[in-house]
Design a protein around this ligand. Structure first.
Ligand SMILES: [Zn+2]
Ligand SMILES: [Zn+2]
Length: 354
């Protein structure tokens, strides 16, 4: 089968032919139909995260081994299954939960495989969806998407799940009664707006540095959109809320400026949920954290229960799709480069027509 491999950090993915895996026991083999491209794929290609003060956190120190087939937002068509697999239809289209753990560490035993101490995440630690086929180690990681469009659905495995889990970290009675401020209007930002709406949220106020994305955020259901580069951003946000501070901010960017602005607009006992890993350092007046009883919470993807809840919401409510930009499988490097330069509105998705 054909796959695209990251052989060296900071270099394009390379096409490679490898043996088609054969599923045994609980494993399932799927022909990849759609594979979303995530900002973390860019970090993986770069080989590091910026952790501020000119320092880098190298991915090889995080246990990432090359060569690697990236791609963790995968929808595929089941072509073969192991002898112990139950309730999976050959020929059915399934979305894959990629945040698979070791199954034996404390976090895995608490059903938080996404916080596994020895992760086996598909597309990060194990071969992912930038390939013709993918082997999933257990059928419990699959959800049947019925007749929904694989290209639209793939993004729920990361962008959808990540934003769903971030929203879950805000108390329900808060997000139902008060606006949530969202930094970022990329794939995750639009997804957060759409999921918050589907959950019956009061609504979202989006901040973006790209006014081309403003319209997309409004179409996804944002109450208002503000310009990240506006020097009076904090004042304008407070004015918009009748001069009140906000109770919840989801920061999908995660840089010095967004975390600083988030801090300035949060009211007492408010929560800042940081999802984005743009990087850098933050300069918070520390005394205000206890004084205002602020909660600063990091959120990384989501667990399997959250994935199943989210997919039920998506399928039952036929969630309004977030804008996507499709690329053919062999245009993967072009798609990565477009995403890197901020040219993609919504989610970039690779379509496999092979
Ligand atoms: Zn991702
Ligand atoms: Zn584990």
């Amino acid at each position: 089968m054909k796959c695209y491999c990251l052989n060296n950090f900071s270099s394009p993915l390379q096409e490679k032919d490898i043996d088609l895996p054969v599923p045994h026991t609980n494993q399932v083999l799927l022909k990849v139909k759609a594979s979303g491209i995530c900002h973390s794929d860019i970090h993986l290609c770069n080989g590091y995260y910026d952790i501020g003060m000119g320092k880098k956190f190298e991915l090889k120190d995080r246990g990432i081994e090359l060569p690697l087939v990236l791609g963790h937002e995968i929808v595929g068509n089941v072509v073969a299954k192991g002898e112990d697999v139950k309730d999976i239809e050959i020929g059915g289209n399934y979305i894959v939960y990629p945040w698979i753990g070791c199954g034996i560490c404390e976090n895995c035993k608490e059903s938080c495989e996404n916080y596994c101490l020895s992760p086996q995440y598909l597309g990060i630690n194990k071969p992912g969806g930038f390939a013709e086929y993918i082997l999933v180690p257990h059928y419990k990681y699959l959800v049947n998407i019925k007749n929904m469009d694989p290209a639209m659905i793939a993004q729920y495995a990361c962008a959808g799940l990540t934003t769903y889990s971030a929203i879950n970290k805000i108390e329900k009675n808060i997000y139902k009664k008060k606006p949530v401020v969202i930094f970022g209007a990329g794939g995750l930002g639009l997804m957060a707006v759409s999921i918050l709406k589907a959950l019956g949220g009061y609504g979202s106020i989006v901040i973006t540095n790209d006014l081309n994305k403003k319209q997309a955020a409004l179409e996804a259901g944002a109450l208002a959109v503000f310009d990240y580069n506006d020097e009076h951003l904090v004042k304008k946000l407070l004015d918009h809320n009748s001069n009140h501070k906000y109770h919840a901010v989801i920061d999908l960017v995660g840089n010095s400026n967004t975390t600083k602005a988030s801090f300035d607009i949060l009211e007492k006992s408010g929560a800042l949920i940081i999802v984005g890993m743009f990087g850098g350092l933050s300069n918070w007046p520390l005394a205000f954290i206890p004084m205002k009883a602020l909660k600063i919470i990091g959120s990384y993807v989501g667990n399997l229960s959250e994935f199943n809840e989210l997919m039920k919401l998506v399928i039952d409510q036929k969630l309004e799709p977030v804008q996507i930009k499709k690329y053919d499988f062999d245009k993967l490097n072009e798609a990565l480069s477009d995403l890197r330069s901020g040219k993609v509105v919504g989610r970039a998705v690779i379509i496999n027509n092979i």
